[in-house]
Design a protein around this ligand. Structure first.
Ligand code: TEU
Length: 537
């Protein structure tokens, strides 16, 4: 059998470039800042970096509104900076993954500008979804579809005569018009963009909103029930042709390139269709992230995830957070530890010490599972969600489109603290205020303070990642549940490693010869509540 791909049990670190490190000192992170911090990432031991979009963009949605895939946003640097970063990272054994956003482009993209300037019926409009409105005067939206963000999914244009004209579809913000994937230009252009980045040494792509791109051209209303694959705009069968084409591009390289999908689907059977042999290599597993801190809920999620992946030749993935959801420390510090979206309410009390304890245990739990581990920047520092951003500082369109009822996703995007002191906690050297303000206590989470502290979050992550490489038991796929005390879950990996997580009262440990790593100290030989341990067994 051929050697397994490098990603088969990789640790992939998500960089949100705006908030990682700011080398030019303007308050916004940049690619030179990431390059300066590559030694930190190498020390952490990650195999690859996934960059959220770094292309030229008006940043109406943090770069998920791409104006030009072949240029770097000036706020982040230049194409030469990107190439230098890819090369420098590779020199340290770290691969680069870039984000592709096929569902839409920016309203500033030249295609959309052309479409706006064209008359209704002009082929320039066919790359998008332009339609006349319904009702007298076309005043009513073509459909009543709901947006993944709050608000409408159609925006009306103004005709050259200054009168209201056609509407265009956007499943997200109005600055993100949806592309028409039935159009050959759309297909060809994205394959060219893939090649553009693969040719520059990029090892893989992350595919944004991957299940949304196909639409029923009749644009029917969303009903109560649709046949699988026939929903008007979600998980339609024909979108798989697009990813089959991308897989051919990825496989045309001597060292095959990775495709990882953001596929938000509850139905595991529909989910694994994206992981067939001629499609994506893996997709984010959001099921685990969506569960509360509870033994049965998490064991159930692990069980169903492993069962689903056993039907395909794709590794499962483990994701605790990303740039769209509440930080784990905050989520798990809530009474109900409910998932991100529902937990995102102002003023819900949070016990951050409890959350941190559980997030440490969750880190060890996920790092012990077979497959690929994703780490969102700052989670390795134990950063909490910043919940009290001043209204005037908030930037996320999700917040504004909800009329302010949803706090939005800014709280997990606050610039990282590198040093304990200094006006921006070492985010830059100039002291220029960060694009989102850092809370007063942000310096207590600084990477520099955690670096040599044996009990820090950072040390726990670094050690767990090191062990994932060095422990043969964690390099293979072998996994077996083992019986354990009530309130705990336990499983064995390979020949000699057992992971136990305790959600309840202090519990006795199974027979073992050594403790390999623990998320908190044992107490009188017992595993305390909200603690995970790896045992030599
Ligand atoms: O997100 C897609 C998406 O549908 C979910 O993230 C979710 O519905 C939403 O973010 C609520 O939290 C991707 C990106 O990850 C996100 O940052 C972008 O805003 C979105 O696509 C549009 O490109």
């Amino acid at each position: 059998a051929p050697a397994p791909h490098w990603w088969r049990n990789a640790v992939i670190y998500q960089v949100y470039p705006r908030s990682f490190a700011d080398a030019d000192g303007d308050g916004t992170g940049d690619l030179a800042g990431v390059r300066d911090r590559l030694p930190y990432l190498a020390d952490l031991g990650v195999d690859a970096l996934w960059f959220t979009p770094w292309y030229r963009s008006p940043q109406a949605d943090g770069g998920y509104d791409v104006a030009d895939y072949r240029a770097i946003d000036p706020a982040f640097g230049t194409l030469a900076d990107a190439e230098a970063l890819i090369t420098a990272a590779r020199g340290l054994g770290i691969r680069t993954i870039v984000d592709i956003v096929p569902n839409h482009v920016s309203d500033q993209h030249e295609w959309f500008q052309e479409a706006l300037a064209a008359a209704p019926g002009d082929p320039a409009r066919d790359r998008f979804w332009f339609r006349d409105g319904r009702g007298p005067g076309g005043d009513e939206m073509p459909t009543r579809w709901t947006s993944s963000f709050a608000g409408d999914t159609w925006t009306r244009t103004t005709g050259p005569d200054g009168k209201p004209g056609q509407w265009y579809l956007h499943l997200f913000a109005p600055e993100q018009p949806d592309l028409n994937w039935n159009h050959p230009d759309v297909v060809a252009e994205h394959e060219a963009v893939l090649r553009f980045w693969y040719d520059r040494g990029v090892a893989g792509i992350r595919i944004d909103s991957a299940a949304l791109i196909a639409k029923d051209p009749e644009l029917p209303e969303v009903g109560e029930h649709h046949e699988p694959g026939r929903h008007p705009h979600l998980d339609r069968d024909e979108l798989h042709d697009v990813y089959r084409g991308w897989r051919k591009v990825a496989d045309s390289y001597e060292d095959p390139r990775l495709l990882v999908g953001e596929v938000w689907l509850d139905d595991h059977e529909r989910f694994v269709r994206y992981l067939r042999d001629d499609e994506m290599h893996m997709a984010f597993n959001f099921d685990f992230m969506s569960r509360p801190w509870d033994a049965a809920a998490l064991a159930g999620s692990i069980r169903s995830t492993l069962a689903a992946h056993a039907t395909v030749d794709a590794p499962p993935t483990w994701v605790l957070s990303n740039h769209d959801v509440t930080r784990p420390v905050t989520r798990y510090g809530r009474e109900d530890s409910a998932f991100a979206f529902s937990a995102k309410r102002f003023g819900t009390p949070t016990d951050l010490a409890l959350g941190a304890r559980r997030a440490r245990a969750a880190a060890l739990l996920t790092a012990a599972l077979p497959g690929v581990l994703y780490v969102y920047q700052g989670d390795e520092l134990g950063l909490p969600e910043v919940e009290d951003l001043p209204e005037g500082a908030r930037q996320d369109p999700m917040h504004f489109r909800s009329g302010g009822t949803d706090p939005g996703r800014d709280g997990c995007r606050v610039p990282l603290p590198w040093t304990a002191t200094g006006p921006t906690c070492g985010f830059n050297d100039t002291g220029t205020a960060t694009w989102l303000p850092q809370p007063a206590d942000w310096g207590t989470y600084a990477a520099a303070s955690q670096q040599d502290d044996p009990d820090s979050f950072l040390t726990l992550y670094r050690e767990a990642i090191r062990l994932r490489r060095s422990e043969p038991a964690l390099r293979g796929d072998a996994f077996a549940w083992t019986s354990s005390a009530p309130g705990t879950l336990a499983f064995r990996r390979g020949e000699d490693l057992t992971c136990v997580v305790n959600f309840g009262a202090p519990a006795a440990l199974p027979d073992h010869t050594a403790v390999v790593i623990a998320s908190a100290p044992l107490e009188h030989g017992l595993l305390p509540r909200d603690t995970a341990v790896w045992l030599r067994t």
